[in-house]
Ligand binder design. Structure first.
Ligand code: HEC
Length: 169
């Protein structure tokens, strides 16, 4: 029995060691001037929250901790970062067309109000990334005022949900 457990342990260790061979891409593309952190119109307290709690998955400025090199955490974190950047990338914020930004602003407020973002698996390891009620309010106040400003640029369309997936405005 003892020996079988020991053998099982060896198998697990060997598998984990082999798993390290598959290293996902953890590169950070260079950040351009279209980063939200370069936008002087965005309040500093908003930028600080994005940097602290969202940038690891939603920007090119991901901080990769040592355990992000260890499989299987390496695969999970690389997947979250790739997915996160695909959905919302603060490093390319000003390149987005106004309509896309308008929709994302709405979703940013929704996600943080519902406590969906930052992802729970992330705050488990980064407890400092959790948002306070005041920070959620700060973000939502900003998304609301930014949406009001954008509304002028994109007309009344966004209020009409049938335009949600349409880009030919
Ligand atoms: C651990 C990585 C991670 C962190 C940290 C994180 N997100 Fe996300 N986020 C994701 C992933 C992955 C998705 C896409 C899948 C999903 O919706 O769950 C996503 C989706 C979103 C979306 C939806 C975008 C769309 O196209 O619908 C918004 C908005 C968002 N995140 C905002 C935030 C904000 C704001 C923060 C910081 C307060 C944050 N996220 C922190 C990983 C993360």
């Amino acid at each position: 029995m003892r020996q079988r457990i020991r053998r099982g342990g060896v198998v697990v260790i060997v598998l984990l060691a082999l798993a390290q061979a598959y290293q996902p891409d953890r590169s950070n593309p260079t950040t351009s001037a279209s980063s939200i952190w370069e936008d002087p119109t965005v309040p500093r307290d908003v930028l600080a929250v994005f940097e602290r709690s969202c940038a690891d998955c939603h920007s090119h400025e991901t901080r990769w901790p040592w355990y992000s090199r260890v499989a299987p955490i390496s695969w999970l974190s690389a997947r979250d970062v790739n997915e996160g950047r695909r959905h919302l990338n603060f490093s390319m914020w000003s390149e987005l067309d106004p309509y896309r930004r308008f929709k994302l602003l709405e979703e940013i407020c929704e996600e943080v109000e519902e406590g969906e973002m930052p992802l729970a698996i992330y705050t488990l390891l980064h407890s400092g990334a959790k948002l306070s009620a005041a920070e959620v309010e700060t973000l939502c106040a900003w998304t609301k005022s930014s949406r009001d400003e954008l509304r002028g640029q994109i007309g009344d369309q966004p209020e009409n949900e049938s335009h949600k997936e349409s880009h030919d405005h």
